[in-house]
Design a protein around this ligand. Structure first.
Ligand code: AR6
Length: 175
């Protein structure tokens, strides 16, 4: 399995699974979430609504992941995961790690060979980029022995600052 970093827009990635930095409602929002629903079209929201009416009546808890169609995106699935909001008074790192781990294990279950991740929680949810990148890369490293189908994990970073943090975290994690 290889880990790659690219600078760009996650909605343009031709991969099997695109991970969405969603919120518990699963009904859309700003940032990556807004972009995915806008470009993927209404089929994604329709499946999210069905999930809210069945398995996730109370919403998708932080740290968990669920898959839907990718609609018109150049991918087969969107894996929605809910990152934690960063807090100065409480350590929620385990929830952020759980987002990456749960998404990877779900991708494996689906048979996805390539998975694209955004930098979960580092936007609206205010997680510092250096720590967010470190948690992302160490979790991929620690989960890779459980992955057989997944051959590529691609981090898609929106700007050069995020890219630089992930480059450094990749080097330091040995992922
Ligand atoms: N492609 C790649 N990365 C992006 C894109 C894109 N198209 N757009 C933004 N980013 P965020 P969060 C980067 O806010 O912090 C939503 O309203 C962005 O620069 O999308 O987990 C949800 O509905 C940042 O580094 O997600 C939730 O309510 C990273 O992606 C809430 O925001 C994540 O930023 C989730 O907040």
């Amino acid at each position: 399995m290889t880990v790659t970093l690219v600078r760009g827009d996650i909605t343009e990635q031709a991969v099997d699974a695109v991970v969405n930095a969603a919120n518990s409602s699963l009904l859309g929002g700003g940032g990556v979430d807004g972009a995915i629903h806008r470009r993927g079209g209404p089929a994604i929201l329709e499946e999210c609504r069905a999930l809210r009416a069945s398995r996730y009546r109370g919403g998708l808890p932080a740290g968990e992941a669920v898959a839907t169609t990718a609609g018109r995106l150049p991918a087969r699935w969107v894996i929605h995961t809910v990152g934690p909001v960063h807090s100065l008074s409480e350590d929620r790192s385990h929830l952020l790690a759980s987002c990456y781990r749960s998404s990877l294990l779900l991708a494996e279950e689906l048979g996805a060979r390539s998975v694209a991740f955004p930098a979960i929680s580092t936007g609206v949810y205010r997680w510092p980029l250096d720590d967010g990148a470190r948690i992302a890369l160490t979790t991929v490293r620690d989960t890779r022995s459980r992955l057989e189908q997944v051959k590529e994990v691609r981090f898609v970073l929106f700007d050069s600052t995020a890219y630089a943090h992930f480059e450094r975290a990749l080097r330091e994690s040995g992922a």
